[in-house]
Design a protein around this ligand. Structure first.
Ligand code: BES
Ligand code: MN
Ligand code: ZN
Length: 498
């Protein structure tokens, strides 16, 4: 679906359907005289008497088929006091799905209609565009093509007498964020036989090329030379060898700055390894690279928007499989910083690949800010459920920035403790550190393990296990990978982080 800006009066509006978001109890025609003027038939349409704009309610009102605007779709947003951007997103997603069902090819949103909603116009516009794209994602890529299935609307017109560049930029921001979320979602939904670590690195390289990012890929040998024993141990049981992908956005005037470094967990399949997972839901572990997908997707937008900031993205990619060559419980390996790690459960592989990626980031890029994002622990999902991601950081300003970025993105983060006293639970009798602690406090133990490899750098860890995947479809996302985190990272880079 293509977004098109249309400047001019309502006399020029022409589309298969007009979208009209409205609050419960509002008379949409009084609130937006332009709508009344464009569709004078609405005021006398008998069906209008039944439209209440309750939250989630949709109503299509029909005019004569020969009219420039033959249909109006009212999106109920509920009571003004209870208005939320998430309800708006959900309503828009559903509306676009309805437009597809109706086999319409063009949709028009008059900007003036947003004036009655309790939020700034451009902010609303950004979310409408974001949600419109999300709502149309289906992800049924492996089904036979059904020629009779309804197609996505072709055009989304934004109509206003004049369209200030601020509004156009807002729409573009929404579109970019949506495309990134959908890219992350697509990658995370890819079956593990179709997306190995090398495939993920190839994807990164080709995206880097189209978005003008620099990209380098380390293979096993390169990682061996760097001493990345922790990352390599995870992949050694798989026939698909690991990769470390480094993406860099370094605009000339900012190249010398200490970068924002984003590190993503890229486990293309997590069987648990020798500490094999139970069969139920194991297929979900094809999305154990959601963190890497979010970083990669965010980097494309950071480059596309030429953000005035030095940003580095690192994807730590491997496949965790059982086999004769696999790492075993009880093994000791050496991370890039020279420290020995005792492995007691090969299913705690995410922190192993991240440990080396964090060391690598620290050594090669001296990050100003370092953020990792990972489907790291079932414990985090148990603690926070499927709507909240865990945020671990001791830096209060970074916590505020990430929460704010998440709020803008419609992705919620909850501050979790890096409880110092639990560090002792990671003590090993035989090595410098053990990679797992007790089951209790599992998400915290994992976060403390990562923090150990970061030390003094301004750092946050985002645990997205639980939010990266959903069991039930919503109007913004079908069942499966959600693409969570991509947009938060974009907003973080867009925002005034210093
Ligand atoms: N990828 C999993 C975590 C996960 C679980 C993500 C469910 C999404 C949904 C991770 O690698 C893992 O297996 N963690 C273990 C750690 C444990 C062995 C210390 C876990 O959470 O059980
Ligand atoms: Mn695991
Ligand atoms: Zn995992």
């Amino acid at each position: 679906m293509e977004i098109q800006f249309q400047e001019g009066g309502h006399q020029q509006w022409k589309a298969d359907i007009l979208l009209a978001p409205a609050l419960e109890g509002d008379n949409a025609l009084e609130k937006c005289p332009e709508l009344d003027a464009a569709c004078p038939w609405l005021a006398v349409a008998p069906a209008m008497r039944d439209v209440r704009h309750r939250q989630g309610e949709m109503a299509v009102i029909y005019g004569h088929p020969d009219l420039n605007i033959p249909r109006v779709l009212f999106l109920g947003l509920g009571k003004k006091e209870e208005f939320s951007l998430q309800d708006l997103r959900l309503a828009v997603g559903k509306a676009l799905q309805q437009c597809r069902e109706l086999r319409l090819s063009s949709v028009l949103l008059p900007l003036s209609i947003l004036a009655s909603l309790p939020c700034g116009r451009d902010r609303l516009l950004e979310e409408v565009i974001y949600a419109a794209h999300l709502g149309l994602y289906q992800g049924n890529f492996y089904k036979k093509i059904d020629a009779s299935a309804p197609k996505d609307p072709e055009y989304f017109y934004l109509a206003a007498t004049t369209l200030p560049s601020a509004s156009q930029n807002a729409a573009r921001r929404g579109e970019h964020a949506a495309k990134a979320t959908l890219l992350a979602r697509r990658l995370a939904n890819l079956p593990a036989n179709l997306l190995t670590p090398a495939d993920l690195a190839d994807e990164a390289q080709s995206l880097a090329k189209s978005f003008d990012l620099s990209c380098s890929v380390l293979d096993e040998e390169a990682m061996l030379n760097l001493g990345m024993g922790a990352l390599l141990s995870v992949g050694q049981g798989s026939v698909h060898p690991p990769r470390l992908v480094v993406l860099e956005h370094a605009p000339r005037e900012h190249a010398a700055e200490a970068p924002l470094v984003l590190v993503g967990k890229g486990i293309c399949f997590d069987s648990g390894g020798i500490s094999l997972k139970p069969a139920a839901k194991m297929h979900q572990m094809k999305s154990d690279m959601s963190g890497a997908a979010a970083v990669l997707a965010a980097m494309t937008v950071i480059a596309q928007e030429k953000l005035p900031k030095h940003v580095v993205g690192i994807l730590a990619c491997a496949e965790n499989m059982p086999g004769g060559a696999s790492v075993k419980p009880g093994d000791v390996v050496y991370a890039m910083n020279g420290e020995s790690i005792e492995i007691t459960n090969t299913d705690a592989e995410g922190r192993m690949v991240l440990a080396d990626a964090l060391c690598f980031a620290k050594k090669n890029y001296s990050p100003g800010i370092l953020v990792d994002i990972a489907t790291l622990t079932g414990a985090c999902a148990v603690a926070l459920g499927d709507e909240l991601a865990g945020l671990f950081s001791d830096e209060s300003f970074l916590v505020e920035h990430i929460k704010a970025a998440g709020q803008t993105a419609g992705e919620n983060f909850w501050l979790m403790p890096l409880w110092k006293n639990y560090e002792q639970k990671l003590k090993s009798d035989i090595a410098d550190i053990c990679h797992t602690g007790p089951r209790e406090g599992g998400a915290i133990n994992a976060a403390l393990f990562l923090k150990h490899f970061v030390d003094d750098i301004c750092y946050a860890h985002l645990d997205i296990a639980g939010v990266d995947w959903q069991e039930k479809a919503t109007s913004l996302c079908p069942k499966g990978a959600t693409g969570f985190g991509a947009r938060t990272l974009i907003e973080l880079a867009r925002g005034g982080l210093e």
